[in-house]
Design a protein around this ligand. Structure first.
Ligand SMILES: CC(C)(COP(=O)(O)OP(=O)(O)OC[C@H]1O[C@@H](n2cnc3c(N)ncnc32)[C@H](O)[C@@H]1OP(=O)(O)O)[C@@H](O)C(=O)NCCC(=O)NCCS
Length: 165
């Protein structure tokens, strides 16, 4: 399905093509004075995973245009396992919106549980060799969840365009 593709671009990739994940154990150097994960460190990890997703999809160098927005829903603390998942939700002409979800993972003998601690939407722009924005492949939407994500991404993009800077 590529009916969302606004022009004659022929190349497209499914969401799964560019998905990325990172896993960390929170070390003392990652923490603030309360032995909780330092927010700036998480922002760095979020930015990196968004760049990896966007580079995989576009095959180009990318730059961060905006982060809309970072919601710290719960703390992550020293020695926690942190799982960061990035997936494309929306693609424009040269821009790509990546949803990055961060979980704290707990495990005992019986099960692994994941608690969402942060969600961020990062817009990356593909750049050519002259560092100018360049067209990227369309996004193939294969599941109902991906189609719903795409509508959310599109609405966020429209809202951010109308918001005063
Ligand atoms: C992002 C950047 C490349 C856009 O360049 P530009 O010359 O303004 O290009 P355009 O106006 O043609 O915009 C290109 C795309 O970026 C999108 N865009 C630009 N600014 C944006 C913003 N603040 N938020 C979200 N998307 C943005 C546009 O909507 C457009 O998307 P589309 O092609 O999918 O429709 C440029 O502003 C830039 O280099 N910014 C600095 C990036 C940087 O240094 N990041 C690291 C920060 S530490």
């Amino acid at each position: 399905m590529r009916d969302h593709c606004p022009d004659a671009r022929t190349q497209n990739h499914p969401v799964a093509y560019s998905r990325a994940e990172q896993v960390h154990i929170i070390m003392p150097a990652d923490c603030n004075q309360y032995f909780r994960l330092f927010g700036g460190k998480l922002m760095e990890w979020v930015d990196i995973i968004a760049a990896v997703v966007a580079r995989r999809h576009s095959g180009m160098e990318v730059t961060t245009a905006s982060v809309d927005r970072l919601d710290f829903l719960a703390p992550a603390k020293l020695n926690d396992i942190v799982l960061i998942l990035g997936r494309l939700v929306y693609v424009g002409h040269t821009s790509m919106m990546v949803c990055v979800d961060t979980y704290v993972e707990d495990s005992d003998c019986d099960a692994v549980t994941r608690t969402l601690v942060n969600r961020a939407y990062v817009t990356m722009v593909a750049l050519n060799k002259d560092k100018k924005p360049v067209s990227v492949p369309c996004l193939l939407l294969e599941t109902d969840e991906e189609k719903a994500d795409y509508e959310i991404g599109k609405a966020r993009r429209e809202a951010s365009r109308q918001a005063p800077h």
